[in-house]
Design a protein around this ligand. Structure first.
Ligand SMILES: Nc1nc2c(ncn2[C@@H]2O[C@H](COP(=O)(O)OP(=O)(O)OP(=O)(O)O)[C@@H](O)[C@H]2O)c(=O)[nH]1
Ligand SMILES: [K+]
Ligand SMILES: [Mg+2]
Length: 365
């Protein structure tokens, strides 16, 4: 039996045991056992199975995925229960949530998967608590919702940012447009399309030598720092937006609420009092950069009920692949109605970039 099942068993037994003088010791013992198993899970000893991903293998679904990252007891589970139909246990003790619990936010016709996760603390990236598993889930997300306790100041934000940074998650930063290709011969060839003020050629050479790379093509398409160059060399970086959500504003002064609300990429809420939840959803939608487009068959009306939710920047080719896997091969041209074209309808090719509310009719060969 896995440790999570043992925990669930004990929790069930506690729930069905009547509280009275006769059961006092029995309940006490159960609670002690529960605490022991929870601790084993959080400390991740190998036997308990906590080192593996038990409880974290949630299938990706919907149009986008958001990971809820935060210290214990900041209100992550309360938020999940507030904005989705899924109930996740919330309680005043730390590490209430032990696994990944998915819920679905329905917004603007899109289904956004919201993942409630165990709280993480300093040292998470090194495997403290269930930090490693939580961070592995965060890497698969399209966005991080970093939940912070408005009463706890800025420290938590800095610690969490560092933990995510240390495992290659880049928040609210664009992927550097640096072309980098190791070669077999020819030495190191560095070019750039703009003056490089933050990272010299000498430094690039030093960095590459450190990685035992002596032949490579490097092209800076913008002015980047050496850190950004290193990210490109090392690879395996993920870039995603992050919304900082300060919860429990019912507990702080109006001046503090105002200050927090003005921090970059930050919003303030109270789950318990349901304050500002709508604005939070609107902000999430904006950061996810989703648009809706509609497909129609020739001679028929567009299906305004259906529609496809896609990332902004999506092309006709992408839509073809969503419609059917053989569509790209059969594609002749597409007719598009909407703001992405000069005339409606306009004939476009696979590379055409779509905008919100476009209507598309795919024409086969
Ligand atoms: N005052 C106040 N308390 C809140 C608010 N939201 C949540 N809480 C309380 O904070 C405590 C922790 O909430 P949880 O939702 O369990 O927090 P969590 O982040 O999921 O905690 P872990 O799963 O242990 O990491 C509970 O007692 C909640 O009732 C809020 O807006 N204001
Ligand atoms: K809690
Ligand atoms: Mg929780």
């Amino acid at each position: 039996m896995g440790i999570l099942e043992k925990i669930a068993d004990i929790e069930r037994e506690i729930a069905r045991t009547q509280k009275n003088k006769a059961t006092e010791y029995h309940l006490g013992l159960l609670k002690a056992k529960l605490a022991k198993f929870r601790q084993a899970l959080m400390e991740g000893d190998a036997k308990s199975g906590a080192g593996k991903g038990e409880g974290f293998d949630v299938v990706k679904s919907g149009d986008a995925r958001i990971a809820l990252i935060g210290f214990p007891s900041v209100g992550k589970s309360t938020l999940l229960s507030t904005v989705t139909r899924t109930a996740s246990t919330a309680a005043s003790y730390e590490f209430t949530t032990l696994t990944c619990i998915p819920g679905v936010i329905e917004y603007n016709g899109a289904e956004i998967q919201l993942l409630d996760l165990p709280g993480i603390i300093e040292g998470a990236a090194q495997g403290k608590g269930r930090g490693r598993q939580v961070i592995a889930v965060a890497r698969t997300a399209d966005m991080v919702l970093m939940m912070l306790d408005a009463t706890k100041g800025e420290k938590q934000r800095e610690i969490l940012e560092e933990e995510l940074e240390s495992v290659g998650i880049r928040l609210n930063r664009a992927k550097p447009e640096i072309y980098f290709k190791p070669k077999k011969t020819g030495g190191i060839n560095i070019t750039s399309t703009v003056p490089m003020t933050k990272c010299s050629e000498k430094l690039i050479n030093l960095i590459l030598h450190e990685y035992k790379i002596f032949n490579a093509q490097v092209l800076f398409r913008d002015d980047y720092t050496s850190d950004e160059f290193i990210d490109v060399v090392v690879g395996r970086r993920v870039y995603m937006p992050c919304l900082y959500v300060y919860n429990k504003i019912d507990q702080v002064s109006i001046e503090e609420v105002d200050r927090l609300a003005h921090l970059p990429n930050s919003i303030v809420i109270s789950c318990n009092m349901k304050l500002n939840i709508d604005f939070m959803l609107e902000s999430i939608w904006g950061l996810l950069n989703l648009i809706r487009v509609y497909t129609k068959k020739r001679g028929e009306k567009p299906d305004f009920e259906g529609g496809l939710i896609v990332r902004s920047g999506t092309t006709i080719e992408h839509v073809c692949r969503m419609v059917h896997r053989t569509m790209v091969d059969q594609f002749k041209y597409a007719l598009v109605w909407g703001v992405s074209v000069k005339f409606s309808p306009q004939r476009v090719g696979l590379g055409h970039v779509l905008l919100n509310d476009d209507v598309i009719c795919l024409v086969k060969k």
